[in-house]
Ligand binder design. Structure first.
Ligand code: 57M
Length: 357
């Protein structure tokens, strides 16, 4: 919005020319987003407490979690509020990728809200069934994939390190994009099982994809780095700045011992936000690398369930894998910070692939 309102005045006030730069508007969106989430946070948590939006904790999890019963959840509403306000304020709203990313994120947020509402308010521990959630995520992702395809994003799968090879998926790009978005949304959801555990890797991945989107949208940089140039994708740096900063502000309250959980309203939305940007900028494989913690968590569940079904034996003491380390005796903060450290290292490796081509 500010881009519309202020940039045209740069002929009279030359300093307003700065609004044309994505870098400036990314900083603006980031600062706005972190301030919004931190300043509104206390009132939002009091609101959740007043509405008794307290977390129901299953008794078959680690015993240490029983004390978390009643912690306000659905704090993801605060994250989405900060992301939406900052994106609408600072992004170029004529850019179709901004709308695809924001609306897909909010769509999954609404789905997560319905799940949380059933669990927390209607006291239905199941919430939405796995099938209902999957159908909802698939429909939202299908719409996003269609608009990404229609926007002319090349339907190819790019590989890190290989500058001369990419796999043309053709119309199969649509189901592939759906798989990435649904998988990412569920992976972040599974990861969100310890204080700040999902938020940390979301911040590192958002910052990484802020840089990747900016490079993909910049013709000269894309040519120099020999990565696909996606005209208009640079605007997603503003959106990624808003996402990462909203999570940073939320972490102020979600850090151990958490005053608030994000709920499915947050986790499903954040997984969708990261994956839509990855699909648009042709960085699906780099998403799996940078978001390696999310992949590890999801794979640990798949391995555990498959092993249990096939052999009756567990591979991990409990899945997802963060519970395994808790049951091994690691204190919760130790699990969390070590997973954050791994995420930071994976982000650095991801960015290094830009040069190693
Ligand atoms: C998402 N939700 C947390 C909170 C958060 C198939 C199976 C692996 C599914 C999985 C599952 O139920 N996943 C749901 C994880 C829950 O957090 C809420 O959910 C939102 C995210 N969607 O925002 O509202 C609990 O996580 C803890 N938490 C924190 N701090 C945070 O900042 O401590 C969350 C956020 C909260 C709180 O205790 O209540 C969750 O863990 O459910 N199931 C599991 O993950 C269960 N694993 C399991 O059953 N493993 C089995 C098989 C099926 C793989 C096995 O290993 O044999 C574990 N989760 C729970 N109890 N709660 C273990 C049992």
């Amino acid at each position: 919005m500010l881009y519309y309102l202020l940039y045209p005045l740069h002929t009279d006030y030359s300093f307003l020319n700065v609004f044309k730069y994505i870098t400036f508007r990314t900083f603006g969106a980031s600062i706005t987003s972190v301030l919004l989430s931190m300043l509104i946070g206390p009132a939002f948590i009091r609101f959740l407490q007043r509405k008794q939006m307290g977390q129901v904790v299953r008794d078959d999890g680690p015993q240490s979690h029983l004390s978390k019963k009643g912690t306000p959840t659905m704090g993801g509403g605060l994250i989405l509020l900060a992301i939406t306000a900052s994106t609408l304020l600072w992004a170029d709203l004529s850019n179709q990728f901004t709308w695809i990313a924001l609306l897909t994120t909010l769509g999954c947020g609404v789905l997560g809200y319905i799940d949380d509402y059933k669990k927390v308010v209607q006291k239905n521990p199941k919430g939405l069934s796995g099938r209902q959630k999957l159908v909802g995520q698939t429909l939202i992702s299908l719409v996003a994939a269609y608009f990404i395809y229609r926007a002319g994003v090349p339907p190819v799968l790019n590989f890190p390190f290989l500058k001369d090879f990419s796999l043309n998926l053709g119309i199969l790009f649509i189901p592939f994009a759906v798989f990435i978005i649904v998988g990412s949304s569920n992976a972040v959801n599974l990861t969100d099982g310890l204080d700040g555990l999902a938020v940390g890797p979301t911040i590192t991945t958002s910052v990484t994809f802020l840089i990747l989107a900016y490079c993909a949208g910049h013709l000269k940089i894309a040519e120099y780095l020999q990565i696909p140039h996606i005209p208009g994708a640079g605007e997603l740096a503003v959106f990624m700045g808003a996402v990462g900063a909203a999570c940073l502000g939320f972490l102020w309250f979600n850090t151990y011992p958490a005053q608030v959980f994000m709920g499915d309203v947050g986790s499903l939305a954040l997984g969708a936000a990261l994956s839509v940007v990855a699909v648009i900028t042709k960085n699906e494989i780099l998403l799996a690398l940078c978001g390696g913690i999310f992949v590890l968590e999801a794979v640990s569940v798949m391995v555990q369930v498959a092993s249990f079904k096939l052999t009756g034996k567990r591979v991990f003491r409990m899945a997802p894998i963060h519970h395994h380390f808790e049951l091994k005796g690691w204190a919760e903060p130790k699990v969390i910070v070590r997973f954050w450290i791994i995420s930071i290292l994976l982000a650095l490796v991801t960015l290094s692939t830009l040069k190693l081509r």
